[in-house]
Write a protein that binds this ligand. Structure first.
Ligand SMILES: Cc1cc2nc3c(=O)[nH]c(=O)nc-3n(C[C@H](O)[C@H](O)[C@H](O)COP(=O)(O)OP(=O)(O)OC[C@H]3O[C@@H](n4cnc5c(N)ncnc54)[C@H](O)[C@@H]3O)c2cc1C
Length: 379
């Protein structure tokens, strides 16, 4: 089924493409952004301001990662640090809730008239700078169900985030229904024996919520203290709960095996095994990105850090016309780039391509600095 690319009215750079009529989209955009999380949205917003056309394609809903966060989480960043292109983010309290952030990013997409293709997976990217082709498939469409969709773009931005797949424990029983790598809310765990694996913010905050909702919590961490990145204002609370025995902890332990009704732990130092009664295991051990699209474009991924090769000034990879944005640029260390700093990648990218031949000729000659006065690179 043929489908035409629609672009914001203010983006005059869309040029008709020559060629036979086909199921291929017949217009090329300046930027195809793969991933419509906060940082992908920021790329689209910066492009809009600069008069460049863009399309955002996401395999899930807008801001799929935030959709999956714990229902009642609050961002640690104050709202102005989550803002895109100066559009004010007003919240009821000092920190935004997940719900407020989702409302805000929907509003950003509307305000900047972003062309979003949601529930549409990018399966392959072919071509080269000036003439990329993205092959996409909508959710539920099996091969042969519908004509292949192709999106043409002069540049590609990969902003697929860091939440592709959980870091697995790799132990027997991990696939049992009592095991989850997501934590949403505490209620289902009332009066249940819950093992929380991990020592980061996710594990600590889940443990506190679970304890307060009446779950019997044991936190299992392979280190001997909480991770250094745990929010300083949360630490005293969890330390007090641990000291009082309200949240049990097994430092220096790993999960050895999970079975219905029990979990086996191993002391890293002594090798001694311990069996705990167990109803649920929440393995909150972090997530990793998926570099496969970048690899298919011949972008090198550092074997140690997982960081895709790129110029931090422009966010362009060594493959001309292929850019990265957002937490994907952090490789294995998702704590290095988040919304606060990843939201500026859009401006760097737009500034890099705005002057290139064939790019949009809109009124903006680059990302206009609306509020903070600082260029992304200067921050
Ligand atoms: C509990 C929690 C609290 C946090 N609090 C804060 C905070 O206070 N401040 C802060 O700055 N950061 C915070 N973060 C981190 C922040 O949420 C992430 O850094 C941010 O989501 C990164 O944005 P992104 O756009 O780079 O990637 P993501 O938000 O992960 O978006 C990537 C998008 O790409 C899509 N995608 C992936 N592969 C494909 C494909 N092949 N085709 C199409 N689409 C694809 C995904 O569906 C997703 O929508 C928090 C994270 C967590 C877990």
């Amino acid at each position: 089924m043929a489908e035409a690319v629609t672009t914001p009215a203010s983006s005059p750079s869309v040029a008709p493409a020559a060629g036979p009529e086909s199921d291929t989209v017949d217009l090329a955009v300046d930027l195809a952004v793969i991933g419509a999380g906060p940082c992908g949205i920021a790329v689209g917003a910066a492009a809009h301001r600069a008069g460049l056309s863009s399309v955002l394609v996401d395999r899930g809903p807008l801001c799929a990662a935030i959709v999956g966060y714990p229902w009642y989480m609050q961002f640690f960043s104050t709202p102005e640090k989550l803002e895109i292109e100066g559009l004010p983010f007003v919240t009821a309290e000092k920190n935004a809730t997940r719900r407020e952030a989702l409302t805000y990013y929907r509003r950003v997409a509307e305000y900047f008239e972003l062309d979003t293709r949601l529930y549409e997976d990018v399966e392959a990217v072919e071509g080269k700078a000036g003439e990329f082709r993205l092959r996409t498939r909508r959710q539920g469409e099996a091969p042969g169900d519908a004509a292949e969709r192709t999106l043409r773009a002069r540049n590609v931005v990969v902003a697929t985030g860091g939440f592709h797949a959980p870091n697995l424990l790799g132990v027997p029983g991990e696939d049992l229904p009592q095991v989850s790598h997501h934590y949403r809310e505490p209620h289902p765990y009332w009066r249940r024996d819950v093992v929380v694996v991990g020592g980061s913010n996710s594990a600590v905050e889940a443990s506190l919520e679970l304890f307060r909702a009446g779950a019997r919590v044991t936190l299992v961490h392979f280190l001997h203290d909480f991770d250094r990145g745990v929010k300083p204002w949360v630490l005293p609370d969890i330390r007090n709960r641990v000291e009082k025995g309200e949240v049990a902890v097994r430092w220096g332990h790993r999960v050895e095996e999970i079975a219905p009704g029990r979990v086996v732990l191993r002391d890293e130092a002594t090798g001694v095994l311990e069996t705990l009664p167990n109803d649920h295991v929440l393995a909150l051990t972090g997530w990793r990105s998926d570099p496969s699209l970048l690899r298919s474009l011949s972008v090198d991924i550092d074997a140690e850090t997982g960081v895709p090769a790129h110029d931090p000034g422009t966010m362009e990879t060594p493959v001309p016309g292929v850019f990265i944005a957002g937490v994907l640029a952090a490789g294995n260390d998702a704590n290095r780039i988040f919304i606060e700093n990843g939201r500026w990648h859009g401006r760097s990218i737009v500034q890099a391509i705005a002057g290139r031949p064939g790019s949009g000729t809109g009124s903006g000659s680059g990302a206009e600095d609306v509020r903070e006065g600082a260029s992304p690179a200067a921050r």
